[in-house]
Design a protein around this ligand. Structure first.
Ligand code: NAP
Length: 242
């Protein structure tokens, strides 16, 4: 049986491309979504038109109960989970002094607690099989800190710390855990930037371009197939952070 991969937040952006790439390359893909059901269905239909089947599953991964339902569904249907890609995430641009308790908790719940829940629900199955790969999509801001996105930066730094901790704890069970920390990638998450802002960002980046979703999805596939990389934070950023 081919490898079974769960991709969280796969209705749009980076997660959608990860799901698409893996499905086209023969993995059994469960594409999770939350609000964008129409987009998740369009991904499923797009692939079906090429005779490729994927599962789509609605779950808000910031809620433990919904994560449990997602994992239960996958285990009942496929009996195993080879790989978990924690991609779901949200962003908010706000000055530190304006961040409310609700803002803070919303970012931490969606970006960090979600990864805690999915890892805790999936790992018992991976440990049982003595086999598994977890890839967490964090962010360059978790490495550098971010002005006006401090809660986002904290959430992603937390993801990277969890990645390293789990790599140490789960290595003896033959489970590899890595983070990919993108720089700026062309998705709806950056729709708040106008054309001039994007141009000036390009100037700052040594490769003078904004990343594409497949810059991330190709690395995800490579990390799934590798056998010796664990506990690493791979920042894909065009040289923005060296
Ligand atoms: P995006 O285009 O805004 O898409 C976000 C995806 O996450 C959507 O599919 C959304 O699903 C899903 N999602 C959000 N909260 C969720 C939840 N609670 N449960 C389930 N799904 C949820 O963002 P993106 O740019 O592709 O970002 C993907 C990941 O890369 C994020 O973790 C982000 O922080 C990280 N990242 C992005 C960039 C960048 O420049 N784009 C840079 C660094 C890191 P629904 O619409 O169905 O709710």
């Amino acid at each position: 049986m081919n490898k079974v991969v769960i991709v969280t937040g796969a209705s749009r952006g980076i997660g959608r491309d990860i799901a698409k790439r893996l499905a086209k390359d023969g993995y059994i893909v469960i594409a999770n979504y939350n609000k964008s059901e129409d987009k998740a269905k369009s991904l499923q239909q797009e692939l079906a038109s090429e005779n490729i089947n994927i599962d789509i599953f609605k779950a808000n991964v910031s809620k433990r109960d919904e994560v449990k339902e997602l994992i239960k569904y996958v285990i009942e249907k496929y009996k195993k989970i080879d790989c978990l890609v924690n991609n779901a995430g949200i962003d908010q641009v706000k000055m530190f002094l304006d961040i409310t308790d609700d803002d803070w908790n919303n970012i931490i719940n969606n970006n960090l607690n979600s990864v805690f829940y999915t890892c805790q629900e999936v790992l018992p199955y991976m440990i049982h099989e003595k086999n598994g790969v977890i890839i967490n999509i964090s962010s360059i801001w978790g490495l550098t800190g971010a002005s006006c996105e401090s809660h986002y930066a904290v959430s992603k730094a937390g993801v990277d710390a969890l990645t390293k901790s789990l790599a140490k704890e789960m290595g003896p069970s033959n489970i590899r855990v890595n983070s990919i920390a993108p720089g700026i990638i062309d998705t709806e998450m950056n729709d708040n930037l106008n054309k001039d802002e994007k141009e000036s960002l390009k100037e700052e980046i040594p490769l003078h371009k904004i990343g594409k979703v497949d810059d991330i999805s190709s690395c995800v596939e490579w990390l799934i197939e590798d056998e010796y990389i664990t506990g690493q934070v791979i920042s894909i950023n065009g040289g923005w952070l060296i």
